[in-house]
Design a binder for this molecule. Structure first.
Ligand code: AP5
Length: 182
């Protein structure tokens, strides 16, 4: 099985864009964070998805591996996930070697946006406990994601596309995703 991986820092709008592409094309999409949340809720480790990135990294790796194996059994899917997770102990790789081996990604799509716009999108999202990062923090996180994506791609032979989700332009970003996926 080989997966398409779509990533972006929290608040960049990746889930909004993926949902729009799914609506237009009927893609099969799996949200890695939801698979992890199901494992973490069943184990009584957290109450919501924003608490997961604050768990001990060893616990996060364990949940991550379980989620990767259940996603690998789903066949060809688009995986909505993260190249890196910003934890209190530093950046945790979202796709370490064992996750890459399970998912065998052939395509990465990194959704990026202007860091100031991401700050505003996070502040406007009252449904979540978003991290209060500065624009500089977000710019660094986007750089780390590029490095992580290219590293995993070097191991799996995947291609890495970077697209920009401009303010008020979800449809244009959706169309970029559809073009890349052919
Ligand atoms: P996840 O489920 O991926 O949640 P997230 O990181 O918060 O991402 P979201 O999907 O909520 O945000 P988004 O960037 O897609 O933005 P949205 O579309 O909502 O991950 C949850 C947790 O799971 C992680 O923290 C981590 O703990 C764990 N996890 C996941 N993968 C993992 C892995 N591989 N390894 C380890 N742990 C993992 O949009 C945000 C707002 O912006 C919305 O209000 C939207 O309307 C608005 N917006 C979007 N686009 C635009 C636009 N173009 N113009 C104006 N507004 C826009």
């Amino acid at each position: 099985m080989s997966a398409v991986i779509i990533t972006g820092v929290p608040g960049v709008g990746k889930s909004t864009v993926i949902e729009a592409a799914q609506k237009a094309k009927g893609y099969k999409v799996v949200v890695f964070g939801t698979e992890m949340l199901n494992v973490a809720l069943a184990a009584g480790l957290v109450k919501d998805r924003d608490a997961m990135r604050r768990l001990d990294p060893a616990v996060q790796r364990d949940i991550q591996e379980k989620a990767a194996h259940s996603i690998a059994a789903m066949g060809d899917v688009i995986v909505d996930t993260h190249c890196t997770i910003k934890t209190p102990k530093g950046f945790l790789p979202g796709i370490p070697a064992w996750v890459a081996q399970a998912l065998k990604p052939k395509q990465f799509i990194l959704v990026e946006a202007n860091p100031d716009e991401i700050v505003r999108r996070r502040n406007n999202d009252a449904t979540r406990t978003r991290d209060p990062d500065s624009a500089e923090d977000i710019a660094r996180h986007q750089e780390m994601n590029r490095a992580a994506a290219m590293t995993v791609a070097t191991l799996t032979g995947a291609t890495v596309a970077i697209i920009h989700n401009r303010d008020g332009a979800v449809e244009a970003t959706r169309d970029q995703v559809i073009r890349i996926l052919g």
